[in-house]
Design a binder for this molecule. Structure first.
Ligand code: 13P
Ligand code: SF4
Length: 351
């Protein structure tokens, strides 16, 4: 039965979803990002951060159908890595990402040309955060660069600097800066590229001197965390452990006890001793789920920050996707873009 115009109860949705899963067996795999709401995670076969899920998508040879419960760039990356006989679907095509929208391919290519005309095209490696659309990944692949995620960014920086002296990192300024600091690269070697200004807002001498170019993009969910919130939490819960995502600004990261990808945050919370207070600076749905999973720990958000894009996936649109398996909201990618983007993604998977 088709559920296009009907609202069902949560248990009815779950029952139908589980029935379709049972019917399709290992032909179907449902991947869910850590930021998905609880009931979506409960329907999934694998949950993880964007790196783990892309590895999973590249590995799942049996599955004919991959349904990706996350945002569009994640489903797109799975589609780039998928085999010819696999389809990737996303329950809501409008589940985008603000940060990924901040790097438009025309602006990225213009910036790349500006920089390479000044420093030469044999001195810079492009690195692109997973949170970007396929055209940016393709640009990166065409110039022998790699994709990276928040869990392997230092490795990707090391790889890139082993090849060439400079990196152009798109589109998250903060992940780029936090990674550079972690590797001992000082602020004086960084240059923030503002795509709205000629030459990114710099003169040629500054561009010659810079080691790492950081695209001026950011995540609205993670830049809401502040050092004042950390101060308040430390005052109210002096024994607490504070862990944040590397999309937070570097002053927040500097005052936290730990920083890492969503999978790192999950493990950090799991490893915290029973009875401890863990304060988390990332998307609220993950924090709420962790609080349910670890009732023996006091798990608190640093601030209530919510990603409406991730929240667009719900039981209704997931069921509709499954009812039209292989047909509804199939993520497709232009052949040339796919070929170039897969170079950058494969470079990441072999790091
Ligand atoms: P992870 O790579 O840690 O899963 O993060 C993805 C993301 O979108 C964070 O905002
Ligand atoms: Fe994009 Fe930020 Fe949402 Fe992650 S949390 S998907 S970076 S908008």
């Amino acid at each position: 039965m088709n559920t296009d115009n009907k609202a069902l109860s949560t248990s009815d949705y779950m029952e139908r979803i589980m029935q379709i899963k049972a019917d399709l067996g290992n032909q179907l795999v449902i991947l869910t990002h850590h930021y998905q709401r609880k009931e979506i995670v409960d329907t999934g076969d694998h949950r993880g951060d964007s790196f783990a899920l892309s590895q999973r998508a590249a590995r799942d040879e049996n599955a004919r159908y991959i349904v990706f419960c996350g945002v569009h760039f994640m489903a797109e990356s799975a589609a780039i890595l998928a085999k010819k006989n696999q389809t990737v679907q996303i329950p809501d095509m409008n589940a985008g990402c603000w940060m990924s929208d901040m790097a438009d391919v025309v602006l990225v290519e213009r910036a790349w040309n500006d920089v390479t005309q000044i420093v030469g095209d044999k001195t810079v490696t492009p690195l692109v955060y997973m949170n970007s659309d396929a055209a940016i990944k393709a640009h990166c692949g065409r110039h022998n660069g790699a994709v990276c995620t928040s869990s392997n960014a230092p490795k990707a920086f090391e790889w890139a600097l082993g090849r060439r002296e400079k990196i152009f990192f798109f589109p998250d300024e903060h992940l780029g800066r936090n990674t550079a600091y972690k590797m001992g690269i000082p602020e004086s070697d960084l240059l923030v590229w503002d795509p709205e200004k000629p030459l990114g807002g710099h003169d040629p001498a500054a561009i010659q001197k810079a080691k790492i170019f950081l695209w001026k993009g950011y995540c609205l969910v993670h830049t809401r965390f502040t050092t004042d919130q950390i101060k308040t939490m430390r005052k109210n819960f002096p024994e607490s452990l504070i862990v944040v995502h590397p999309e937070c600004t570097s002053d927040v990261v500097a005052q936290a006890d730990a920083v890492g990808s969503t999978s790192f945050i999950v493990k950090f919370t799991a490893d915290a001793p029973s009875g401890s207070t863990v304060v988390i600076g990332t998307e609220i749905n993950l924090i709420k789920r962790l609080a349910l999973e670890y009732p023996d720990k006091n798990i608190l958000p640093l601030h209530d920050s919510f990603c409406p894009n991730m929240y667009k996936i719900n039981l209704k649109n997931l069921l509709q996707c499954l009812e039209q398996i292989g047909k509804k909201n199939v993520v497709t990618i232009d052949k040339e873009i796919r070929a170039d983007a897969s170079v950058a993604l494969e470079n990441m998977l072999t790091l």
